[in-house]
Design a protein around this ligand. Structure first.
Ligand code: ADP
Ligand code: MG
Ligand code: MG
Length: 332
């Protein structure tokens, strides 16, 4: 002991939650670091097992089935903290982020990722209208505290299916970061398919986070980190299909029942990835005119958005951390 071991960049990857997870640490190369990385991937598997909305034995899937009986049912303890946080963020986002759109996602065929750019027809409008009339979204979820059973939930519609797809990855990132910190890791990037949080630095240099260009290859910008920060992006290029030259993507507007229009990418920098994930989705849905208002309501001040015209907007608070890629122009 006593002598500090040399730190090195080490990285481990795996497929979890329908995406590529990469955990990179700058730490001593030893068995403790290996064990921390292994444990992190076990946590990701556990979270996936709890939060999968329709894999039959997942905790959330079973809870969704119980809700569909339309009786009062207990909320499993594993689900409570994130459910309550998601409901709070849904209200703060004015319903733009809504973790109760599972049936809408299913109707659009986005439960599984379509092959990028595949040709396929959108659902017929009357089916969307029918679903909206039956009722979707967390406004159909009632909660109450029962002295005997604790937190109980009930829905008044058979078409409320909870789906935490827009927040679960951020939540998983936060959980893994907390676990790495407890294991003594001071420098890390936890990246779940572009939803990421960084800790510390890469030795002498800061971590640099590239933000993917929504069209074409490469990045539109990079963010230099200062300590602990989260960078979450929602884009129309993750899951989408094409019909008659039009792109239909997976971020859905709770009121129209169709893909949200006007923005093609939203990046939010916050100090917590759960908030950042919900916020990036909420701002994407809010669209070109309303995203600044929704950002304020969520307490988010570092934002980069790309409109469908290609116009890039950056908030003043993000500017000092941002390096735009060559040729990219942004308005503040
Ligand atoms: P990604 O999954 O690419 O990180 P998001 O975080 O924006 O993207 O989450 C999109 C997922 O969240 C969709 O695949 C769907 O399951 C769900 N979803 C779609 N629209 C909404 C919405 N308005 N509010 C909350 N969740 C949504
Ligand atoms: Mg999200
Ligand atoms: Mg996300």
């Amino acid at each position: 002991g006593g002598c500090r071991q040399a730190q090195q960049v080490q990285s481990q990857q795996g497929l979890v939650m329908g995406t590529l997870a990469t955990i990179t640490v700058y730490a001593p190369r030893n068995t403790a670091t290996d064990a921390a990385l292994q444990a992190a991937f076990r946590t990701l598997d556990e979270i996936n097992h709890i939060w999968h909305p329709w894999t039959p034995d997942a905790t959330l899937a079973r809870f969704n089935q119980a809700l569909h009986t339309r009786q009062w049912v207990p909320v499993p303890a594993d689900l409570q903290p994130l459910l309550l946080e998601a409901l709070r963020l849904s209200r703060a986002s004015r319903g733009n982020f809504d973790p109760g759109l599972g049936e809408l996602t299913a109707l659009w065929g986005f439960r599984e990722a379509p092959e990028p750019g595949i040709e396929r027809a959108p659902p017929i409008p009357s089916r969307i209208t029918a679903l909206l009339r039956q009722g979707i979204g967390v406004k159909h979820l009632q909660l109450r505290r029962d002295p005997q059973h604790g937190l109980m939930a009930r829905t008044d519609t058979p078409t409320l299916t909870l789906d935490f797809g827009a927040i679960a990855k951020g939540y998983a990132v936060d959980r893994v970061v907390a676990q790495l910190e407890r294991a003594g890791i001071e420098n890390a990037i936890v990246n779940l398919g572009g939803n990421l949080r960084v800790l510390g630095s890469k030795g002498d240099s800061p971590w640099r986070i590239g933000i993917r260009a929504p069209r074409g290859d490469g990045t539109i910008a990079a963010i230099r980190n200062q300590g602990d920060m989260s960078v979450l992006t929602s884009g129309d290029y993750e899951r989408y299909f094409i019909h008659q030259g039009q792109r239909f993507h997976h971020i859905l507007h709770p009121r129209s029942g169709a893909p949200a229009r006007g923005l093609i990418s939203v990046t939010v920098v916050t100090d917590n990835a759960t908030l950042g994930d919900a916020a990036s989705t909420a701002l994407f849905v809010a669209g070109p005119r309303q995203w600044p208002q929704v950002a304020r309501a969520l307490g988010v001040d570092k934002v980069l958005v790309v409109e469908d015209s290609g116009q890039v907007w950056v908030t003043p608070a993000l500017q000092p951390l941002l390096e735009l890629a060559p040729g990219v122009r942004a308005q503040v």
